[in-house]
Design a protein around this ligand. Structure first.
Ligand SMILES: Nc1ncnc2c1ncn2[C@@H]1O[C@H](COP(=O)(O)OP(=O)(O)OP(=O)(O)O)[C@@H](O)[C@H]1O
Length: 693
């Protein structure tokens, strides 16, 4: 008999204690040995609406709920006796009469309270009143939910009802509610194998054999490992005939797509580089790749995992550049200011040294410019003040001397290292160690870094994938893929479902940004997304002084710990590390363990409450996040902005500050607290995006 595990089962086991989870897993092992063993004792559930719903006894108190039909056994739920029976009584598993997909449906009656009597009699507009029942059914709405859905009047009701509906139906209704027309999915015959429908594959995981199940027993099943949204799955399996781009707001599963695609390509025997700018993110990805690839083999020589290299762009570039320039070493980033000051007297007298430092950092360094001709012709997009040729010549007098110093010391900026590495690969002096390159957080890369990565994947342009969100750009720079010769036309995809944060946090965070963002090609794209997760609204608090803010954080942390939330699931972020001092002190005095976020730390080893700057937040996630000191003068950071010498630089830096706050807030899965001492940040008081998103 075929066996499948439903996503609801994996969710239910996460709520059990470790000991009970162990008992469930023991049961599963026996079950897998012989699913039809009479010793397992399946019982019909009295009062269940679905006659095929059965329970199996694990211990005196623990039960598993299964569904048995058409030669298939599906594990649906595991829990304590009462919970398990109540869960089963309210649900049925059936093929939808129109779409044919296999749905686990909560009976509409059980959730009727979501739309109250007062709502039913109110005169305000009902979101789905204008749609025919036939159309709603073709979207997969379960028949007994039609009446309730037609009554929904606002987003909060919709979100509450969506918690009860099959995911694909919830997503279609939410999209429909924004005014977009949703095309019904092609129906699948009820007799078709379960895996034939993409909607089934996000709910059910077909266990192939005992070994397959053993891999689940060894470690907890993370949903992202097994259940992909169809749009994610497509990006994982699709064969592209050139570079592909995947964008999407925070938490829409871009990194998950990158990891699954890396595994797939590696299992075909390809050598894959999965890369990003940020060291902490690479460490996280490396750990997750280990989980994802466990036990899987590639087509050639053993483990899939061994074919995936997770590493920062700079690390790879340095290794390859050293092959042709063995003495080369990276230049410390703070050295340029001193070099500009040293050579300022030789030219550039038309400008102050601050302007020249910014010109180097925004134009010369990112574009990898090393000659006068390149600087003369350089595009200076985003710089406010246009320069004449004469003015450029003056600047170049300083830059040329800086280059002489750097070359003499073999100290190269990262852009130059990337350029040398690329030239080594392009000239054939060094062979690319990779067949496929997948780039996460692409928004923070510079042109030379991207050109290097493109060269690495030049043999297989279809295996070059870029994932990112320009709304999360927090480092200076910017690029146009087209101008770098990376043509993603016809291969650009936007992910829309947020899997990380609750809808309440998503709305609040998206309110900080505009609803469109740069598409990495000098155009704009719609970055709206939607979460189907429900939770408390973000807490925004203003305090008269730091001590009261710190006391508030301590009180909240204590409450969270009492609720059983692990300290490592909590993070406190501030604009700069000195702003964290009061929190560090108060938590330490209260004998709570803290863990500073830094590049060296392996987050899986962390036991304490995470403390870090907003920049460190990038790519991470926590159950609860505090963003403190979100005051005027701090966010946006007045000191950083004061260093900007022209309007273009100032505007870009201002937007990065806004995006930094967005990044910090969107690290929260369930709850976020944003606090300020004195007047709150202007980003909190004036939100350009609409809250609906
Ligand atoms: N198909 C899925 N099913 C369940 N969970 C998912 C799925 N896809 C992603 N997630 C979860 O959603 C969260 C966000 O995913 P991910 O980190 O890939 O998003 P992202 O778009 O890269 O986010 P960011 O841009 O903020 O870094 C993670 O906890 C991930 O495990």
């Amino acid at each position: 008999m075929a066996v499948s595990i439903a996503k609801t089962f994996s969710a239910s086991t996460k709520k059990l204690s470790t000991a009970d989870r162990g008992r469930v897993l023991d049961f599963l092992t026996k079950f897998m040995d012989d699913p039809s063993s009479p010793g397992l004792n399946f019982e019909t559930i009295q009062g269940a609406k679905d006659g095929n719903m059965k329970s199996a006894r694990i211990t005196q108190d623990l039960r598993t709920i299964l569904h048995q039909s058409n030669g298939m056994l599906t594990l649906l739920y595991a829990g304590h006796h009462e919970d398990a029976y109540r869960w089963a009584e309210r649900r049925r598993m059936e093929n939808h009469p129109v779409t044919g997909t296999l749905q686990i449906v909560e009976t509409a009656q059980a959730a009727q309270y979501e739309v109250t009597e007062a709502d039913l009699t109110s005169n305000s507009t009902r979101i789905f009143a204008g749609y025919e029942n036939g159309y709603l059914l073709s979207l997969g709405v379960p028949t007994d939910w039609l009446t309730i859905i037609r009554q929904i009047q606002n987003d909060d009701q919709l979100l509450a009802v969506c918690q009860k509906l099959p995911e694909e139906v919830a997503e279609r209704l939410v999209t429909l509610s924004t005014g977009e027309l949703v095309t019904p999915p092609p129906p699948v015959p009820a007799s078709a194998p379960v895996e034939q429908s993409p909607d089934n594959l996000r709910r059910f995981w077909i266990v192939q054999d005992a070994a397959d199940l053993a891999s689940v027993l060894d470690r907890p099943i993370e949903d992202w490992v097994r259940f992909l949204h169809p749009s994610q799955r497509l990006l994982v399996i699709q064969e592209f005939n050139g570079p592909a781009k995947v964008s999407g707001a925070a938490g829409t599963g871009k990194t998950v797509v990158g990891m699954h695609r890396a595994r797939r390509l590696a299992s075909q025997g390809k050598r894959v580089l999965l890369t990003s700018f940020v060291t902490t993110l690479c460490r996280n990805i490396e750990r997750n790749i280990h989980i994802l690839c466990a036990g899987t083999q590639n087509a050639f020589d053993g483990s899939t995992e061994s074919r995936v290299t997770v590493s920062t762009v700079h690390r790879q570039a340095l290794a390859l550049a050293k092959a042709t320039h063995p003495k080369l070493r990276p230049l410390e980033s703070d050295k340029i200011e001193a070099l500009v000051n040293r050579h300022h007297s030789h030219g550039g007298y038309l400008f102050d040294s601050g302007f020249l430092v910014t010109e180097w950092n925004a134009v010369v360094e990112p574009q990898g410019i090393t000659t006068w001709e390149e600087y003369r012709d350089a595009v200076r997009t985003g710089r406010g003040k246009p320069l004449t040729i004469k003015q450029r010549k003056e600047c170049w007098k300083v830059f040329a001397r800086i280059w002489e110093d750097l070359m003499a010391a073999y100290a190269y900026p990262w852009s130059a290292i990337c350029r040398i590495a690329r030239e080594a690969v392009e000239s054939g002096n060094v062979e690319s160690p990779f067949d496929a390159v997948i780039v996460d957080e692409v928004q923070d890369l510079q042109p030379q870094e991207l050109r290097f990565l493109k060269a690495l994947s030049a043999q297989n342009p279809g295996d070059f994938m870029l994932l990112g969100d320009s709304g999360q750009r927090i480092y200076p720079g910017g690029f146009s893929l087209k101008k770098l010769g990376i043509d993603v036309r016809g291969r650009s995809h936007i992910l829309r479902i947020n899997y990380r944060t609750t809808e309440q946090i998503r709305r609040f965070a998206d309110g900080l940004l505009a609803t469109t963002s740069n598409d990495f090609d000098d155009g704009a794209e719609d970055r709206r997304s939607q979460s189907l997760l429900n939770g408390p609204r973000p807490t925004i608090r203003e305090f008269p002084n730091e001590a009261e803010q710190a006391k508030f954080v301590l009180d909240q942390v204590r409450l969270l710990l009492e609720q059983g939330i692990s300290p490592r699931e909590i993070a406190v972020f501030a604009r700069s590390s000195n702003r964290l001092k009061s929190i560090r002190d108060i938590l330490t005095d209260a004998k709570l363990e803290i863990a500073p976020l830094n590049d060296e730390e392996d987050l899986s080893e962390v036991r304490g409450i995470n403390l870090g700057t907003m920049h460190r937040a990038k790519g991470l996630e926590f159950k609860v996040v505090f963003v403190i000191d979100c005051n005027q003068g701090v966010v946006p950071h007045a000191f950083t902005l004061s260093k900007m010498r022209d309007q273009g630089d100032y505007d870009a830096a201002y937007e990065r500050e806004r995006q930094l706050l967005y990044v910090a807030i969107t690290r929260a899965r369930d709850e976020v607290f944003v606090t300020s001492v004195g007047k709150p940040s202007e980003f909190l008081t004036s939100q350009p995006g609409n809250t609906r998103g």
